[in-house]
Design a protein around this ligand. Sequence first.
Ligand SMILES: [Zn+2]
Length: 225
Amino acid sequence: MSSNKINTDNIEFIGDNHIATNISTPLRTDAFKKSDDEKIANIQIHFQKIMEELGLDITDDSLSGTPYRVAKMYVKELFYGLNPKNKPKLSTFDNKYGYKKILIEQNITLDSSCEHHFLPITGFAHVAYIPEDRVIGLSKLNRLVDYYAHRPQVQERLCLQILTDLQDTLKTKSVIVMVNAKHLCVSSRGIKDKNSFTTSLEHGGLFEEKTYRDEFLNAINYDLR
Ligand SMILES: [Zn+2]
């Protein structure tokens, strides 16, 4: 009993402190051996058990389809970004016009989920880079944010995953990623703070210099006090 108590305290500690253990999403080695349809069928069974355990009458017309809806939503929508086969194709092009200044894609709508509570994280991402030899279509930045957001996430890791992927894709370290997001696990449970939101910022290359960071922050009109 006492060891069980210590265990649940530790579980709450990790959740309340939003501790991520790794930049990579922790995945099982057999994560994608089953098809999406198999996963939906299995999750449907498990979610029905959760509902029954809560005391809900699953034969009610309003509830009977919920396990399937939740299972399909998990696999095909909220967590589609777990599967690398769903990653957007990020074609890059030669920087023919020699653009060497900052390029910003801002106010990218962000819908994610907290991996500690499976509750929504909603907000915006702002992404910028200073090209060297390669450039990318603008909407690809939005698509990449969407892809990494659609996994069980920790905000800091989301920021880092977007950053490192873009650095690899664009063959430059000069990338900056900011995420401003509200976490339902902070606003609807626990401390229940409806107004606070979380800002995370990751950068490399020229953005290590304050002048470039300030250029980015000024352009997105963000006051980092
Ligand atoms: Zn949470």
